[in-house]
Structure formats: C-alpha cells, structure tokens
Design a protein around this ligand. Sequence first.
Ligand SMILES: [Fe+2]
Length: 284
Amino acid sequence: MKTTPLHPDFGVEVHGLDLKSVTAEDGYPELRRLFDRHSLLLFRDQPLNDAEHLRLGNLFGPIENRTENPGDRLSAVSNKAAEGGVTAADDLHTLNLIANQLWHTDSTFLPVPALANLLQARVVSSTGGETEFVSTRAGFKRLPRETQERLRRTSFHHDYKTSRGDIAEELTTLDIIQKWPEQHWRALWPNPETGEEALYIASHVYAVEGMDRAEARAWVKDLIAAMTPPEAIYTHAWRPGDMIIWDERATLHRGRPWPYKEERTLASICVTARDVDGLQAVRV
Ligand SMILES: [Fe+2]
C-alpha cells in the first residue's frame, strides 16, 4: 500500500490496495490508521457494486440509515428521476441536493452522528459536480488561541431544517427533513487515537449554547469561513469508479453545481460513530 498526498493539510490517494479484498484482519487495520491520520482517503478505478460497497463500509462500523426506506442503507446522491430522466432544477429533490453545496458534515442532525462517509462516483456530469473538502483539524490549529479556548467550552445545536431552510423554506416541510429532532454536540471532536482536536461544525448548526441566536449564527458563519479559505480546500473532480472515504469528525465538505439537466449519481454510505471513535467526547 502506497500513498501520495492530496493537500498539504490532509488527504492521501491510496495505491496498491484492492478494496474488494480488504478484510477486518487484512488491509483494514492499515486503512484505519491512514483514515485516522489523514482524514480523507482516495481510491481510483475501483468500481464496487452495492454489496461490495456495503461490506467495505461495515468494516468501519454499523451502517447508518438516513433514507426514507428503512431497508435502504446505500443512498444515491442523484438527480435521476424514478420515472426516467432527471429531476427539474427547481424540484424539491434537486433543491435538497443543492443544499449539499453548503459546507457541512454529514449526519450531525442524527441521534448518533457519523464516523465516515464512503462515497463512490457512478455517473458524472460533463462539467462541475466536484466535491470540495477541508480539514477542520488543520483549520482549528490556525485559529487564534483565545478562539480555540472558547471552542473547548462551546457546544452547538444542530437541526437538519437549518441548512434546508437556508436554501428553500419548503424543504423544511419534507418528511425526511422533519423527522429528526434537534441534536446538541460539543464544538470539538478530538481523535481518540491521535488526540488531535477538530472543529465539529456544519451548515445544520442553528444555535450556540448560552448565546443569542443571531449572534450565534454570525459566529458559526465566521468559523466556517475561517475553516474554508481557498488555499485550505481540496477539490475532487470525480471520475466513475472513484471512491473517497472521509472522516466526518475532522472535515467539512460541500458539493459544487453541475448542469442539472445532466445526471450525476454518487453512491453514499455513512457509518455510525461508536465509543471507540471518541463519540463520548462530543456528547454534551
Ligand atoms: Fe454530505
């Protein structure tokens, strides 16, 4: 297994590993060490079917279900319409995908948040549709010392309706958005293996404990801006068969626009965080 860096802050491309052959004893321990250290792992030209994708996800932990269908653990991040063709640019389904273009961490609005996302490109658009990532571990280190101290005492309230309402009020009425009650997490998620702190923040944050609501949203906006200056971003232009596994505890990401008349389909699996991933440290 060889690695090449993707960005000075974080991320590596992993070569010489067949994802289909990884098992809990063989391959996974090394993969997990790379994941804890680099926060983002890229694998090229490794198309996996649904079963292989789920099997790989399961090595990291229990697979999350955040879709409408309880049996459906692999979610298609796609504008493909059930009746054929693609969903219209102003369709609520498309708008929900567009809400992913706000900087976020996946699943902070769930009762148990995610450790990782394993995202694979299936169908890509002719242009656009990149995913951008930043390290909130590196971003945290760059903050002034007094802000770091303050964040060690801070907790955020997350609600899925926040990010969706920022794109279109109507999105907040959808069952898949409505169904999650708000969650409350500490602002930092230290990695239990390395001890490094990372800012745990998302477009879903609507309040800061003990702070005026408007002031809180302005501070959250400033913090996300401090994490995401252009030089901190790794931009991934997808090719079919690309797989990226990222650490939700130590990154922020966002999708980029693409021509909505074209299909773009990524297959996503989120893995639920457990105590071994430092879950207790983020609980309030
Ligand atoms: Fe996401």
